[in-house]
Structure formats: structure tokens, C-alpha cells
Write a protein that binds this ligand. Structure first.
Ligand SMILES: [Zn+2]
Ligand SMILES: [Zn+2]
Ligand SMILES: [Zn+2]
Ligand SMILES: [Zn+2]
Length: 279
């Protein structure tokens, strides 16, 4: 066998099918983490779960290291569970699959427009927002202020401004609703993400929203808050969000009718590891 032939044999892969429960730990019920062991009762457990299993199984006095499962769970590569929504990660190892899916930015979310049933990854929703709803999309950078026209106040179909960060293509929606306490307008910002809970590789953000008065000597309205992540299921502009900017009519008095009200937005990344870990 010459060298070229040998290389092609070494690099070929097979995709066997197994019942996934075969690779679940009897104790923690999650994906087996090597090194793996079997008890005398034949139960497969993670190396870190031996003590837990011993409390419920009479066969757990003796454990045998099991090399077959060890190598499979250590070496097997799986496509991401969200590949149908655009994730092309093909090299997720079995034991890392749960961590990858917790951080995968292709996990699907809902289109929040009233009556719309689109359900796909945030990146594909951006194309949908543009094509199906004509919502404006603006590319922004971490730490750099951007100016947007105030979205129309009202139900979602009337307008939302979509922001996409250049750095890791995170998707944010800026929306405006009438304040329940009078004539003010509330502007909110949310991250469209199914798995935004703090976890390794999941970036977290804070944002600052502010509006300058057209008149000299009037303080701007300004607020800074940590950005919430939502899969947008059942979301509506009028629902109470964690934080929002209140823009009073007084602040805007003096603006001529045809001058659009501009909102300033700045999004900063506040944690979640380096962007190389964000799949
Ligand atoms: Zn376990
Ligand atoms: Zn057992
Ligand atoms: Zn993925
Ligand atoms: Zn839609």
C-alpha cells in the first residue's frame, strides 16, 4: 500500500446507527462521559457517577472499565442536532454534544410577528424578517453606537428594527410600545436566542439605549441594562420586558414633524468566553 492510499483509508469514516439510550449513563441519565464503567448488574455509568450509582444498585460493589463505550463516546463525531436550521458543525464529539447544543447559535426561535409561524435559527430569521415583514436590518459592532429611526409604536406587524452584530452575528430586536402610564413611548431591546442562559461559549450582552432632545439644554433619556435572550415564543411588544427606555413627549418637543426621532443603541459584550468558542 503506498502512502497516498494509506492516507485515504485512515481518513475515511463510517456512520453506524445505535440506539442513543445505549450511551446514556444509568446514574445521571445524560450522555456518558468517559472513562466509562459497568457495574456487575451490567449498568453503564460515567466515571464521575460511580458513587451515585452505588447508592441505588446492589451490583455496584465491583466496576469494570469498559473500553468499547469509552472509545465510542470519546471519539464519535455527530452532526449538530440543529443542522437542519443551518449549523454545519460536523465534528461535535458525542460527549461534547450537549455542551455544543447549549451554546449553538443555530438553535431555532420563533418569528414574533402576529400570526406568523416561521421557526428557524436567528440567522435565517433575519432573512425572513427582511423578506416577509420588510423589517429594517442594521449591522452593528460591539461597543460602537448606532443610530436608528424609532420603530413605529404599535403591534409587531407595524415594525421592529433588527440589529445583527458583525462579530458573532447575534440578532437583536428593537421595538417601541406605548407606555401604560401616559403618553410616553417605551423602547426595548431583546436578543433572539433559544439558549441564552449563561454557559461556556454563550456570549452575554449589555446595551445602552438613549435619545437626545432636539432642544439644547435638555438631558437625554438614557438607560443601560443586561440584554435578555428569548426564543420569542409568545413574545409581544406590549408585554413587560425586563428593561426599557422611556421616551417622554416632553423630550421630543421642539422636533419638527418631519424629523424622525433617532434612537442611539450601543451593545457591549460582557462575558461568555472568547468568540472562538461560539459555534
Ligand atoms: Zn453519569
Ligand atoms: Zn448497577
Ligand atoms: Zn450546532
Ligand atoms: Zn414572520
Amino acid at each position: 500500500m503506498d502512502a497516498a492510499e494509506k492516507t485515504s483509508v485512515d481518513e475515511s469514516q463510517i456512520s453506524p446507527m445505535f440506539d442513543v439510550s445505549r450511551f446514556h449513563c444509568r446514574a445521571c441519565l445524560g450522555a456518558l462521559k468517559p472513562p466509562t464503567f459497568t457495574c456487575e448488574g451490567g449498568h453503564l455509568v460515567c466515571g464521575t457517577c460511580l458513587d451515585d450509582h452505588a447508592q441505588v444498585c446492589t451490583g455496584a460493589d465491583v466496576y469494570i472499565a469498559c473500553s468499547d463505550e469509552h472509545f465510542i463516546v470519546r471519539d464519535a463525531n455527530l452532526p449538530c442536532f440543529f443542522s437542519e436550521f443551518g449549523c454545519n458543525s460536523r465534528s461535535v464529539t458525542y460527549k461534547a454534544a450537549a455542551d455544543h447544543e447549549r451554546a449553538c447559535q443555530w438553535a431555532p426561535c420563533y418569528c414574533p410577528a402576529l400570526g406568523c409561524e416561521a421557526f428557524t435559527s436567528p440567522a435565517r430569521l433575519v432573512d425572513h424578517f427582511r423578506a416577509a415583514h420588510a423589517w429594517p436590518v442594521t449591522e452593528v459592532s460591539h461597543g460602537k453606537p448606532s443610530q436608528l429611526a424609532m420603530p413605529p409604536v404599535g403591534p409587531l406587524r407595524d415594525g421592529v428594527h433588527v440589529l445583527v452584530t458583525k462579530e458573532e452575528q447575534s440578532v437583536f430586536l428593537v421595538s417601541a410600545s406605548a407606555s401604560p402610564f401616559g403618553a410616553a413611548t417605551e423602547v426595548s431591546l431583546v436578543c433572539v436566542r433559544a439558549n441564552g442562559d449563561p454557559a461556556p461559549g454563550v456570549p452575554q450582552f449589555k446595551c445602552r439605549l438613549w435619545v437626545e432632545s432636539p432642544r439644547a439644554g435638555v438631558d437625554p433619556a438614557s438607560v443601560t441594562f443586561p440584554v435578555e435572550s428569548k426564543d420569542m415564543s409568545g413574545w409581544s411588544v406590549a408585554a413587560k420586558h425586563g428593561s426599557f427606555l422611556t421616551v417622554t413627549p416632553d423630550l421630543l418637543r421642539g422636533a419638527s414633524g418631519d424629523t424622525p426621532v433617532l434612537i442611539n443603541v450601543r451593545i457591549d459584550r460582557i462575558g461568555g468566553g472568547s468568540s472562538c468558542c461560539f459555534y
